[in-house]
Design a protein around this ligand. Sequence first.
Ligand SMILES: CC(=O)SCCNC(=O)CCNC(=O)[C@H](O)C(C)(C)COP(=O)(O)OP(=O)(O)OC[C@H]1O[C@@H](n2cnc3c(N)ncnc32)[C@H](O)[C@@H]1OP(=O)(O)O
Length: 407
Amino acid sequence: MTSSELHVLSATDWDEWYGVLEGAFGGAGKGPEHREAVRGITDPGRSLAARDGKLLVGTAGSFRFDVTVPGGRSASIAGVSMVSVAATHRRRGILGSLMRRQLDDFRDAGEPLAMLTASEPAIYGRYGYGAASRFLRAEIDTARVRLGPLPDGTDAVRIRTAPPAEALTACEAVYARAVSRRPGMIARLPGWDAVQILDGDPSAPLLCVLAETDGEVTGYARYRNRAAWDASGPAGTVEVQDLHADDPASRAALWRYLFGIDLVSTLTKQSLPLDDPLLHLVSDQRRCGLRQWDGLYVRLVEAGTALTARGYTAPVDVVLEVEDEFCGWNTGRWRLSADASGAVCERTADPADLALPVRALGAAYLGGTSLTSLAAAGTVRELRPGALSAACTAFGSGPAPWYPHDF
Ligand SMILES: CC(=O)SCCNC(=O)CCNC(=O)[C@H](O)C(C)(C)COP(=O)(O)OP(=O)(O)OC[C@H]1O[C@@H](n2cnc3c(N)ncnc32)[C@H](O)[C@@H]1OP(=O)(O)O
C-alpha cells in the first residue's frame, strides 16, 4: 500500500474508523459511554485512515501531550494511539505506511518526540521506538502481607468516601501536582478527566476515597471492591485503579484503608512505578505478586531538538553517532553538551564517542533504561573509553519513569 491511500480522518467517518479499531481488538468494545468519550477526545486532524478502495482498513491517531522528562521539565510529545489494521488486510505493509506518514507529520509540525504503549512489544522497534519505561503489576496476598511501619502523620490523615464524579475536581488537582514529580507523567488534556471515571462494569462499581490533611484533599484512590467469602474466610479482591498522594502520610493512609477492607484476600494494582513507595511499606515483597511489564516506548523524531528538551543529572559532553534507518534525517554525529544551565545538541564532524541506533536513545530518553545495560546487550558501542559511563550517569533519572495515564 502506498501513502496516497492514507487520509486524514474526516469527523463524519469517525464511526466507521472506530469500528475498524474496535474490530482489530476483538470487536467487543467497551460500551457506548466509552465510545462517546473517545469520540470527544479524538482529534480528527491528528488521525489517519487507510483505505483499500472505499473500504476503511487501517487507523492511527495521536495526541499532543505535555510530558514530564528528566530534570523536572515538560516536553511536547506526540502520544501515538489507536493503531489498527483490519484482520483481512494485515501483513501488507499498512502499519508501515501509517508509521511513515505519522512520523513525517510530526516532523513537519515541529514535534520532536513520539511515544506509545504497545499491544505487543515486538511491533515498534523497527520504527525507532525504544522501551523507555517499565511498570509493576501487583497481586498482593493481604492475608500474609502487612503494612508498616507507617510514616509519621499517617494517623492525622482522614479518609472519606466520595462519589467519583463529585470528587473528580479534587482528584484531578492531586494528579496535576504529581505530574512534575516523575518522568513519563502526562499532563491531562481537557476532556480526559471524565474518561478516568467511566464505569462500564456493573458487577463492581468504581469507588473513590479521598485523603484529607487539615481539611485539604492530599490524596485519592479509586478502586473496585469484589468482596467475597468462602469456608476458609475472606476471598474477595480489591482492584486499585489509581492512587496518588501529595505526601508519604497521605499515601500510607490510603494504602492502609485499602488493605483493611473486609472480605478481601487479594489487592491488585495494574501499574506501579518500579520504585513505588509501597514496596518499602509492605512486610513481604515476595507475596506482592509483582510482575514487570514494558511501559512507554519513546521515539526521537528530531534527535537534536529532543535531546535538548530534557535535563541531565550530571554535566556531559559526548558525540553520538546515531543510526536511524526509518527517519534518515537523524542519522549522523551529534554533540550533546549539557550542564545545570541546560543542554545543547548540534551536528558535528568530530569523532564519535558512542554509536547507537535511535531506538536506544528512545529507550534511554526518560532515564529508565541505562546506556550501560544497552551497551552490555551490544546495542550501544563505546568508541572513546569513559564516554559510556559519563553518558550513562547524565542520562539517568531520580524517580523511575512511569505513566499512570492510558492513552
Ligand atoms: C500504539 C498502539 O495503538 S498499539 C496497538 C496496535 N494494534 C493492535 O495490536 C491491534 C491488532 N493488530 C493489528 O491491527 C495489526 O496486526 C498491526 C497494526 C499490529 C500490524 O499491522 P500490519 O499492517 O499487519 O503490519 P505491517 O504489514 O505494516 O507490518 C510491518 C512489519 O511489522 C511486523 N509486525 C506486524 N505486526 C506484528 C506483531 N503483532 N508482532 C510482531 N511483528 C509484527 C510485520 O511482520 C512486518 O515486519 P517486516 O517489516 O519485517 O516485514
